[in-house]
Design a protein around this ligand. Structure first.
Ligand SMILES: [Cu+2]
Length: 125
């Protein structure tokens, strides 16, 4: 191998490592919540998806998810939590809270009306 082949190989390997880290390791970690007065609270920005889209909470303690929609796209005008039977309209620019207390561990998925945007709440012990 000459010098340029080595550089190409190194860049290739580095981008593989980055992809593995970003999509598998980093994404799975999710975002932990901040606990304020016994409520696990997190702000979620809605713009071309949910950010953060994986939220880690503790079982048995109230959760408040504050959704703020920062786009006019029809797609994201509703957020639906099928599993816990909750949904909310998200008017542009307003913060809408979804509150619930997770009773069992596992994943609570949420999505836009048509299912293009997806996120999940991971309930742990
Ligand atoms: Cu949608």
């Amino acid at each position: 191998m000459d010098k340029s082949q080595i550089i190409v190989t190194v860049i290739g390997l580095a981008s593989i490592v980055w992809v593995v880290w970003y999509f598998w390791i980093y994404q799975k970690k999710g975002t932990a919540v901040t606990e304020v007065a016994g409520v696990q609270e997190v702000n979620i920005m809605v713009k071309g998806g949910y950010s953060p889209d994986t939220i880690i909470v503790k079982q048995g303690e109230p959760v408040r998810l504050n959704f703020t929609r920062q786009e006019a796209a029809m797609c994201s005008e509703m957020v639906v939590f099928d599993k816990i039977d909750k949904s909310a309209e998200l008017p542009e620019g307003k913060t809408i809270s979804i509150e619930f207390t997770p009773g069992e561990t596992g994943e609570i998925p949420f999505q836009c009306q048509m299912g293009m945007f997806r996120g999940k709440v991971v309930v742990t012990v």
